[in-house]
Design a protein around this ligand. Sequence first.
Ligand code: COA
Length: 212
Amino acid sequence: MSLPVIILGAGGHAKVLIDTLLTSSAVIAGIVDPIPALTGSKVLGVPVLGADDIVTEFPPAEVLLVNGLGSAGLPLRRQQIFERFKGMGYHFATVIHPSAVVAPDVELGEGVQIMACSVIQPGSCIGCNTIINTRASVDHDCEIGDHVHIAPGVTVSGGVKVGDGTHIGVGATILQGMEIAGHCLVAAGAVVVTNVTEGTTVKGIPARVSAR
Ligand SMILES: CC(C)(COP(=O)(O)OP(=O)(O)OC[C@H]1O[C@@H](n2cnc3c(N)ncnc32)[C@H](O)[C@@H]1OP(=O)(O)O)[C@@H](O)C(=O)NCCC(=O)NCCS
């Protein structure tokens, strides 16, 4: 990574990202987090510099940002912080763990995070600010939108489409060719065997629509 990195957020997802970044030659300038009590503390040896506004002390051309917010449901806050800093002219680093397998033709948007032991097969594209989390797999010819979270251990079969801002819960399975629209929540462990419409929560095996 050519520029120093600032991590947004000091929680669990940020910790995993720092561990990933430390496997490369990345220079981590620090972490920002709005919780005042965290200022001055360290995560894996990286200092928390202060609240988000500290970022503005670094000109956009001199740093790259890494979105350290994770999600256990809809990844809205993650999208908001990405859009806020993009609007201020900052750029987000793409983070790929060295153990991940990413086919050479896969298209990755800005700020994509591909965590340890995940696999992305040929013909797939992954939108901006999307997480492919630990040990998840995205098979051939998938279209994964912006601000999506594919949680740990998810299996996405070939030819699947996932719309912007959707969360696929830990351990879920998506059958081949399914279309999951934007801003949907697929519960942990669900098996998706039919298409899912915009803004819907689905749970269970087979996955059925559930009231939020
Ligand atoms: C689906 C989910 C969002 C529901 O959360 P919630 O609204 O807080 O739901 P609750 O825990 O109050 O449970 C509500 C009901 O749904 C059921 N339920 C919860 N999660 C479920 C799941 N994954 N599959 C099936 N049923 C589930 C509960 O048993 C409960 O049923 P009941 O009303 O018959 O007692 C959540 O359980 C989930 O799967 N989140 C994804 C977590 C994830 O991906 N984490 C990744 C972190 S990196």
